[in-house]
Write a protein that binds this ligand. Structure first.
Ligand SMILES: [Zn+2]
Ligand SMILES: [Zn+2]
Length: 199
């Protein structure tokens, strides 16, 4: 289906204002409130699957246009920074300039990418610090899980279990930096296996 007029107009406006060639716009619909999008730089397209919420459609298109305007993603420590500070500087700027109120931008963007709140605080988006504090408070208000000792503290003896390295006493997998640290350690490493029960 062809994109609605407001979307083609918005795309043309944003790209004209930024002085960049516009991408092609592919538009489909999806069930549900939220929209999704993807920018394919190599194909020169932005694709949106539009949900039912008009404001979320607009934010989704602007989010993808922020990818389009961004310099091809930099790589840091081998990992491309797709939704980093530079991206959100562009995205929140587009949201503000093209009709998404800050409070809605924070709400809708953080519903997809929780990390956007942290960037929004650093970028001084009005309301971001409050939204982040509320989110943190909501986490601490969640019913606490009670933890119970399943296997009492013991010395770790590394054993192989198929492709994994496990603790020979409790069977817990030991991976990554922990494994490297244990192999290097001259003193025995100790462990306790806890289990969570819902309160
Ligand atoms: Zn994105
Ligand atoms: Zn163990």
């Amino acid at each position: 289906m062809s994109a609605p007029g407001w979307a083609t107009d918005l795309l043309a406006q944003v790209c004209a204002d930024a002085g960049v060639a516009p991408p092609g716009l592919l538009w489909r619909t999806r069930r549900g409130e939220h929209s999704t999008g993807v920018t394919r730089r190599a194909d020169g397209t932005v694709a949106v699957r539009a949900g039912s919420d008009p404001l979320d459609q607009r934010l989704t298109l602007l989010h993808e246009l922020a990818h389009w305007l961004a310099a091809p993603s930099r790589r840091r420590r081998g990992r491309s920074v797709h939704h980093g500070r530079a991206f959100y500087a562009t995205a929140f700027d587009l949201y503000r300039r093209y009709g998404i109120p800050d409070a809605d931008a924070l709400r809708l963007e953080s519903a997809r990418y929780r990390s956007s709140l942290r960037h929004a605080v650093a970028l001084r988006v009005p309301g971001a610090a409050t939204a982040l504090a509320e989110h943190r408070a909501a986490i601490t208000r969640r019913p606490r899980r009670r933890w119970r000792v399943l296997v009492p503290e013991h010395r770790v003896t590394l054993e192989r279990d198929g492709r994994w390295t496990v603790c020979g006493t409790c069977g817990q997998r030991v991976v990554g930096v922990n494994l490297a640290r244990m192999r290097r350690s001259r003193r025995p490493v100790r462990h306790v296996l806890m289990t969570a029960e819902s309160a």
